[in-house]
Design a protein around this ligand. Sequence first.
Ligand code: URP
Ligand code: ZN
Ligand code: ZN
Ligand code: ZN
Length: 467
Amino acid sequence: MSTRTVIRGGLVITASDELHADVLIEDGRIAALATSGTTVADGWTAEKVIDATGKYVIPGGVDAHTHMEMPFGGTKAADTFETGTRAAAWGGTTTIVDFAIQSVGGALREGLDAWHAKAEGNCAIDYGFHMIVSDVNEDTLKEMDLLVQEGVTSFKQFMAYPGVFYSDDGQILRAMQRAADNGGLIMMHAENGIAIDVLVEQALARGERDPRYHGEVRKALLEAEATHRAIKLAQVAGAPLYVVHVSAMEAVAELAKARDEGLPVFGETCPQYLFLSTDNLAEPDFEGAKYVCSTPLRPKEHQAKLWQGLRTNDLQVVSTDHCPFCFVGQKEMGRGDFSKIPNGMPGVENRMDLLHQGVVDGHISRRRWIEIACASPARMFGLYPKKGTIAPGADADVVIYDPHAEQTVSAETHHMNVDYSAYEGKRLTGRVETVLSRGELVITEREYTGHAGHGVYTPRSTSQYLN
Ligand code: URP
Ligand code: ZN
Ligand code: ZN
Ligand code: ZN
């Protein structure tokens, strides 16, 4: 028996259009759109009618960079797939792409199987996987082809973290050459980790131990240098490149220059780089540890360049890099030695709202908001148009968004499994009201009505961004 839902009276916003339309959902998919009040829309009958008068009707967010329960820095990210995807839904995100990890000496398959086991049956929203490649060898390269065929079409490599996830230039080149052949997309953590480790050692020897030194040793120039090198390696390999968590304006300049030359290089930034800065890292009493992530927060003047990059499409995607560690017991592991603070910040619940604030503040248009948070990540990672838009045939992943609601962000009220908010006390205009995932109500007028196990693994095609 088919189930029908109608969302009436809202302003439907996609990456390309804004229109006052009613949306018909049938069997978990968008069936049709019709101008509000037309006889077509009036004739629609449905079991469920949602009134969206005065609200936005937008595609569910696609967060293409999360790390649920990721083991890192001697501990594990505090959100499980269950708690993290529930929090994502609260924030209007209906798809995440998380990172499965190959351990050094292990096979990609082992890592991927382990991540499937963590996620399966636990997610409130749909999910896919990228693969972190930490050990490039002949077997790994062959496995990359198989993974692309089964919907894991993107591979993260690290120029940072020597001895952990680090790949040298030769390993990176080999993986890029393989991706050029099999249609995969290499995602790069672009920081010169070898040079950073020298600066860390020297800083600690000088007695510089507070969280703010994390930002000082991980220099913007070393992000720019690695970004430049990754671009050149990709050019040699004939492969596209996606640079993750770009925070330095010098790195944006490298991407912009390469794109001006016509190279298929793409960049992602994250809300923390748009709204927070080294001032946060310098907060006293070790509070700065809450803001330790890599690439690090930068001085405030970088923020304007990141917003600019988002407007000019030199940056295409905003993801969260959600990798939460509690202050108590986890961030505290680095008291007296900033290099032992687990790297990562919470944010999966805040992204759609923070970017809407970017609309309110005049940095981006409403359509660009939807593009960088929904459509572009879906296209970039082979999920479009199933995800990332509201169009006939798309999954009915829909958010009813109240653009006038006022909220104050706080750990007291958020749903992420972490004991602080990076945006504590920040006042925002706009709030998620209702969320549907494949037509099912996950959040209903600010009540959780979803369930663990509703979210399913979503295999991806190769990146559509180049088409
Ligand atoms: O600090 C961060 N970004 N932690 C998560 C791992 C990564 O490098 O993305
Ligand atoms: Zn990274
Ligand atoms: Zn990450
Ligand atoms: Zn369900």
